[in-house]
Design a protein around this ligand. Structure first.
Ligand SMILES: NC(=O)c1ccc[n+]([C@@H]2O[C@H](COP(=O)([O-])OP(=O)(O)OC[C@H]3O[C@@H](n4cnc5c(N)ncnc54)[C@H](OP(=O)(O)O)[C@@H]3O)[C@@H](O)[C@H]2O)c1
Length: 263
């Protein structure tokens, strides 16, 4: 019998994408299609890999999505854990943000979104869940991560416009606003950080799954608005409202963690 959910997971070769794919297969109610540039393997009949896909390439991405085999699933979810982060000592001038960061966060999503919408429309009656990944820091509008934050905000707007522009589809959209995840990219960027309060991929997947695959009632209830969900590992005594507005302190902490000016 066809699985209830069809999960399309991009960035399947990253720790986060792979974490979601494995967890969804373990649930037993989902078929997972993992999309990436390189081959990925999960030993399950419920997993299919589409490799050699550069999500910055619109046509390449469209062909990949159009090749997805699907049946009468109740729900399609697009999980998109891709997006470059950049620390910027100087905020960008005016509206000029780093185009590589923008493309990595936004274009990769929009390239996959359009053919996924067409697919869901053909399927009739399936609901669609869209899941993007941002940071808990975005709402503090830090000067040092403007290209990243503004890209995430642009993507949130894309999701809101998608909900509004497709009233015939039942769409839920979720922005998972995360604390640091303990993955290779962050360890490389911040080799001197204390990782005790970083999220593991397993924590992230477990805490976010109820928002990604809610029961049907919730799908009805949550359709129509972008939901922002903060997920982090609370650090005793840490008060974000005192930390983030103190830009000098944020800069000192990050310099320390990145090893900038280290003797
Ligand atoms: N890490 C954190 O602490 C943190 C915190 C908050 C939010 N986030 C968000 O969480 C998400 C995942 O972060 P991450 O650190 O795990 O990222 P990552 O290590 O850079 O992994 C991203 C994955 O995306 C793939 N990818 C990148 N560009 C692609 C393209 N053009 N076409 C196809 N695949 C592409 C990469 O493929 P390859 O393997 O082929 O390179 C990699 O597997 C991002 O959206 C990030 O903004 C992360």
């Amino acid at each position: 019998m066809e699985k209830s959910n069809l999960a399309i997971v991009t960035g399947i070769n990253g720790a986060v994408g792979m974490g979601y794919a494995k967890a969804m297969i373990e649930r037993g109610d989902s078929r997972v299609v993992g999309i990436g540039r390189r081959e990925a393997h999960i030993d399950s009949k419920d997993f299919e890999n589409i490799s050699q896909v550069d999500l910055l390439d619109e046509e390449n991405t469209r062909n990949a999505v159009e090749g997805i085999r699907h049946g009468a699933h109740k729900r399609v979810v697009l999980i998109h854990p891709i997006g470059k982060f950049k620390w910027e000592e100087e905020p960008p001038k005016g509206d000029e943000i780093d185009q590589e960061v923008f493309a990595s966060n936004v274009t990769t999503f929009t390239n996959v979104l359009d053919p996924v919408l067409a697919m869901v429309r053909r399927m009739q009656n399936a609901s669609l869940g869209l899941v993007m990944f941002g940071s808990v820091a975005d709402k503090w509008n830090l000067p040092f991560i403007q290209s990243y934050t503004r890209s995430n905000n642009a993507l949130r707007k894309v999701l809101e416009d998608t909900i509004r522009g497709n009233p015939d589809l039942r769409i839920t959209a979720t922005s998972l606003d995360l604390g640091t995840i303990d993955v290779g990219s962050e360890r490389n960027l911040r080799p001197y950080a204390d990782r005790k309060f970083w999220l593991t991929v397993e924590d992230l997947v477990a805490k976010s799954m109820p928002f990604i695959l809610p029961d049907n009632e919730d799908v009805e209830q949550d359709s129509g608005v972008l939901r922002r969900v903060e997920i982090f590992k609370p650090k005793p005594g840490f008060d974000p409202s005192r930390y983030y507005p103190n830009h000098g302190l944020v800069q000192r902490v990050l310099h320390e963690e990145m090893g900038i000016n280290k003797e």
